[in-house]
Each structure stands twice: as structure tokens, then as C-alpha cells.
Design a protein around this ligand. Structure first.
Ligand code: 13P
Length: 339
């Protein structure tokens, strides 16, 4: 298959009505942070057990079309000895991989960050592809403060995202482009709108310069919300601001927008996505999800690292996946939480 045909097929498999993406690509420090409250040691075996649990959830493929894995998961096996990317494919879920190497402070732009990992990315991607990955993910972060993100931060991060996306496409891998405006702080929803608009404008400007084919990309943005320390906004306000901002910056050629949850509770993430799909029909792109915490949190709490809890944890994951799938149609109701 040609690279273009590969990417066309991957996009069709990933972007499906009523389905979204599960982010299970926590790096070692992040998975350690997630396991700590439930008292699970972050050993390789426990990480394998957790990701196996997620991927072997019966009928997960009814609601989930793609899963973002951490590099090590590509070579891990389930209890029967099947490689985990193959387990994903057998569920009708496209396996992908996080390829960035995390953030460091951006020199001469105090308070801003930059993501590492562009060196040898093309070579790494070829290996991941051989291991079964069909898409990739790269995250840049933007803190909001009086002075952040700065001009340099916005431009350097856009450049890195576009360069990553172009490299992915050169080897037939679909890039998920993730510019995350962080929720930390006491800023207003208006300030988040302004920052997100500026950030995404720079990202698409850079993507154009790098020759990225937008039809073969997925955007993974944060929603437009007030800072964590600010009074919460209603789902209707979040939906109105988020859709308005996206319409200003994201070209219609982009097939799907899959939000991150970024510190929203599982219910908030669902209700906010639902409000967008209920109130804003016929947008140029799909409005979907690519949640990490908002899909895994309740399942982790049910699991507690114990084999006997696997069915309960899988039921918890399936429930959140199903509710978010309903939110894709704008047909979620809070009563569904009790079912
Ligand atoms: P959250 O939904 O937990 O923010 O995670 C999504 C993700 O992939 C962050 O990079």
C-alpha cells in the first residue's frame, strides 16, 4: 500500500461516528502518579497488567476506535502471549503511540515549555510502525499566566508540532497534534479563549509552512474553560466558547477534533462534549474525545491492582466509553450515570 492509502485507511478507521480515542500513553512518571493513590507499584508487570485490562475489555471497540499507547506497550503481550497492538486490532481499535519525550523549560521564554523528541523521530516512527502503530501523538503544553504563553513559546511550540506532523506523514503515520492549554490557574474563560485561539492559529500557520496534509491529521485540543481556581463555567458556556474558538482557527479539512480531558472530572468531560454535539450540529469536523484520565479514573479505582477486580474495572471503563460515545451524538443525560 502507498503511504497515502495507508493514511486514508487509518483516518477512516479512527474517525467513526459515535466513537472516540482512549489515551493510555502515560509516561513512567505519569503512570507512577496514577498508580500511587490506588497503592499499585509502577512495575513493568503492573503497567502491562493495566494496559492489558484496558485492551481486553469486551466490546470496547463499540465505542473506541483508537488507543494511544506508551512505547513499551507496543512490545508487551497479554496473558495469552498476544502482542497488545494485535489485541487492539482484534477489537477493531487502531493502535497508536505517543512519540514525544516530554517537556523542558524553553530557554529565553520564562514560564514556557518546549517538547523534546524530534531527533531521530523518522527512524523511531519506522520501528513503531513495524510494531503495529498506525498513528502517533505529540503534546505541547502552554501554561496561562499574566505573561504566558509568550510569543516565543507560541511560535517554538507550533514549529515543533508541525515538524513532528510532517515527519509522521512522510512515513505514513497519522499525527495527532496536541496543543494543550493548561487548566491550572485562576484565569477567566475569556482569557483561555484568547490564548487557545492564538496558539491554534500559530499551529495551523506552521502546519501550512511544513506542508502537512490536514486531511491526514487529528487535532487534540483542550476545551475552552476557566482556570481550575476560577468559578466553573456551565457546559453550555464551555461548548459555546470552544466551538466558536475552533471555528476561527481549525480548517475544515481537518476530519476530527478529539479533546483531551486535562484535569476535568470524568462527568464534566462527558457533559461538556455532549453540550457541543447537542447545540452545534453540522460542524466541518467531528467533535470527539481522546480522554486519558476521564476514561480511566473510575476503572483504576475499581481495579486497585487486584486480579479479582478486573471485570469491575472493565465495566467501569466500558461505561465511561459508552457515555462519551453518547456525548458524540449529543444524547447523553446525567441519568445515564446511574444505569
Ligand atoms: P487527559 O485526558 O488525562 O488530559 O490525557 C490525555 C492525554 O493524552 C494527555 O497528553
Amino acid at each position: 500500500m502507498s503511504i497515502q492509502t495507508d493514511m486514508q485507511k487509518t483516518i477512516e478507521d479512527m474517525v467513526q461516528k459515535g466513537k472516540g480515542i482512549l489515551a493510555a500513553d502515560e509516561s513512567l512518571p505519569t503512570i507512577t502518579k496514577r498508580f500511587k493513590p490506588i497503592g499499585v507499584e509502577p512495575t513493568e508487570e503492573n503497567r502491562r497488567a493495566w494496559r492489558t485490562l484496558l485492551l481486553t475489555t469486551p466490546r470496547l471497540g463499540d465505542y473506541i476506535s483508537g488507543i494511544i499507547l506508551f512505547e513499551e506497550t507496543l512490545t508487551q503481550k497479554n496473558d495469552d502471549g498476544t502482542l497488545l497492538p494485535e489485541v487492539a486490532e482484534s477489537q477493531g481499535i487502531v493502535p497508536g503511540v505517543k512519540v514525544d519525550k516530554g517537556t523542558i523549560s524553553l530557554v529565553n521564554s520564562p514560564g514556557d515549555f518546549i517538547t523534546q523528541g524530534l531527533d531521530n523521530l523518522g527512524e523511531r516512527l519506522k520501528t513503531y510502525k513495524e510494531q503495529g502503530a498506525r498513528f502517533a501523538k505529540w503534546r505541547e503544553v502552554y501554561p496561562i499566566s499574566t505573561h504566558n504563553p509568550r510569543r516565543l513559546g507560541i511560535e517554538a511550540n507550533a514549529e515543533a508540532l508541525a515538524c513532528y506532523a510532517a515527519i509522521c506523514q512522510s512515513v505514513g503515520i497519522i499525527p495527532i497534534v496536541e496543543p494543550e492549554v493548561l487548566i491550572d490557574g485562576e484565569h477567566t474563560i475569556e482569557r483561555c479563549f484568547e490564548v487557545t485561539e492564538t496558539v491554534q492559529h500559530a499551529v495551523y500557520h506552521a502546519m501550512r509552512r511544513y506542508g502537512v496534509i490536514l486531511e491526514y491529521t487529528i487535532l487534540k485540543p483542550s476545551m475552552v474553560v476557566p482556570g481550575k481556581e476560577h468559578t466553573k463555567a456551565s457546559p453550555e458556556e464551555v461548548a459555546e466558547n470552544t466551538v466558536k474558538q475552533l471555528r476561527r482557527t481549525v480548517p475544515a479539512a481537518v476530519p476530527s477534533i478529539n479533546f483531551l480531558s486535562g484535569g476535568q472530572s470524568p462527568e464534566e468531560a462527558t457533559v461538556n462534549l455532549n453540550a457541543m454535539n447537542a447545540n452545534y450540529l453540522n460542524q466541518p469536523w467531528e467533535l470527539s474525545f481522546s480522554y486519558g484520565r476521564a476514561l480511566q479514573e473510575t476503572a483504576l479505582q475499581a481495579w486497585l491492582g487486584k486480579k479479582e477486580n478486573v471485570p469491575a474495572a472493565q465495566a467501569a471503563l466500558l461505561k465511561r466509553a459508552k457515555l462519551n460515545a453518547a456525548a458524540r451524538y449529543g444524547s447523553y443525560t446525567p441519568e445515564m450515570e446511574k444505569e
